[in-house]
Design a binder for this molecule. Structure first.
Ligand SMILES: [Ca+2]
Ligand SMILES: [Ca+2]
Length: 104
């Protein structure tokens, strides 16, 4: 093994090792509430309607509430302000901020 190959392998290993942290830091949901990052089951940085229903449904069940899919779907539409079928961190943050404002 020559130096060049060694350097390449070292570089590749370093890249591989740093990849998970890059993915986490680059996740769009890192600025969103914790539950939002958790709801992103496939980790693509946005929450699809399926992910939303699965997560919110599980949360409702955990809290002993009935799962109202219609209501959850409506809420999804409220949060998904650009209506592209995915909830981004910006949309969640705007929604949460709005809700806090209205509570006061
Ligand atoms: Ca997702
Ligand atoms: Ca959206």
């Amino acid at each position: 093994m020559n130096m060049y190959t060694k350097t390449l392998i070292t570089l590749a290993t370093a890249l591989l090792l740093s990849a998970p942290s890059i993915a986490t830091a680059g996740s769009d949901l890192s600025s969103a509430p914790k539950w939002a990052a958790k709801a992103d089951a496939d980790g693509n940085g946005t929450i699809s309607k399926e992910e939303w229903l699965a997560d919110r449904g599980a949360e409702a069940k955990k809290n002993g509430r009935a799962v109202d899919e219609k209501k959850l779907t409506r809420r999804f539409g409220q949060i998904d302000s650009n209506a592209d079928g995915e909830i981004s961190a910006d949309e969640i943050n705007a929604y949460v901020a709005d809700r806090k404002k209205n509570k006061k």
